[in-house]
Design a protein around this ligand. Structure first.
Ligand SMILES: [Zn+2]
Length: 291
């Protein structure tokens, strides 16, 4: 029961009006910290890696560690590839055991986006029960090498969203609604709730088919998250916050223990900090006890 793709658990979340955290990890300590939080909270979990750490550790290593941890965990856990712009790498990750793939062709013209996403979806649905996420419009901000100038940000058109979903056959849909990658400059970022609500109505109004994904979770205030869940958001991506948590925890510990050379102690501190951050997110998303 532990190794699952994301679609089923997100359909349940959409119906139950809660959301599931998709937490980006860059190393094994972080993965362990994220899993510990979800186990403590009895919450379903999506672990994400962006392309860079997946290539650094190696996709096979990433999947092997995920499987080793997830198989013995008493909660359902997915392994998702986040924001991959390369069709070939999407397929390679699906082939070695990632349970979800995000093909991100959102910067390309609509027809090209459809063509690339459909190619990945067809592959993933052929090799196994692998769910596919894709984005329409542009989520602004910075994530890995994907840089989007703020002016260029375009939000997802609701009618075109329906066409995109139908023509690509995707399982999870990430419409650009004004959320951003990185750290928001204001405490109350402007988000287009109505747009997400309209898309949710068009796509899932007659029964939940395609769960909706909110990118740029870091820094969204709890009341904004609650409203996004209310109008149909089911998967919340949290990346920047965990990167900062890792670096800060490591830096602070080493600064205070400059003469100590015990990497295990540093890892323990990092893992505990990650676990704490993820537990807080699970509470905000309402997914505790839903595993
Ligand atoms: Zn994202």
């Amino acid at each position: 029961m532990s190794i699952e793709n994301a679609k089923g658990m997100l359909i349940k979340a959409t119906k139950g009006k809660y959301a599931i955290g998709a937490f980006n990890i860059t190393d094994i300590t972080q993965m362990e910290g994220v899993v510990e939080a979800a186990v403590n909270k009895k919450a379903p979990l999506i672990i994400q890696t962006s392309v860079e750490p997946s290539k650094f550790l190696g996709r096979k290593v990433m999947v092997a560690v995920y499987r080793a941890i997830a198989e013995s965990a008493p909660i359902p856990i997915c392994l998702h590839l986040d924001h991959c712009t390369d069709v070939a790498y999407c397929k390679q990750c699906a082939d070695v055991g990632y349970t979800n793939i995000m093909i991100d062709a959102s910067k390309l013209p609509f027809e090209e986006n459809v063509r690339m996403v459909k190619e990945v979806t067809d592959h993933c649905h052929t090799v196994g029960d692998i769910s596919v996420e894709a984005e329409l419009g542009t989520v602004s901000g910075v994530e890995d090498q994907i840089k989007v100038v703020e002016d260029e940000a375009q939000l997802a058109n609701p009618e075109q969203s329906v066409e995109f979903i139908e023509r690509t056959g995707i399982d999870l849909f990430a419409p650009a609604i004004g959320t951003a990658h990185g750290v928001y400059k204001t405490k109350d970022p402007k988000v287009d709730f109505e747009r997400l609500g309209k898309i949710a109505q068009l796509v899932n109004g007659q029964g939940v088919r395609i769960p909706l994904v909110v990118h740029g979770g870091t820094g969204l205030p709890p009341h904004t998250v609650a409203k996004l869940i209310e109008v149909g958001g089911a998967k919340f991506n949290v990346s920047t916050e965990l990167k900062r948590t890792l670096i800060d925890a490591k830096f602070n510990y080493i600064s205070e223990h400059r003469d100590e050379y015990n990497p295990g102690k540093v890892d323990k501190v990092v893992k505990a900090a990650i676990t704490q951050a993820v537990e807080q997110w699970i509470d905000v998303l309402g997914s505790a006890g839903k595993a």
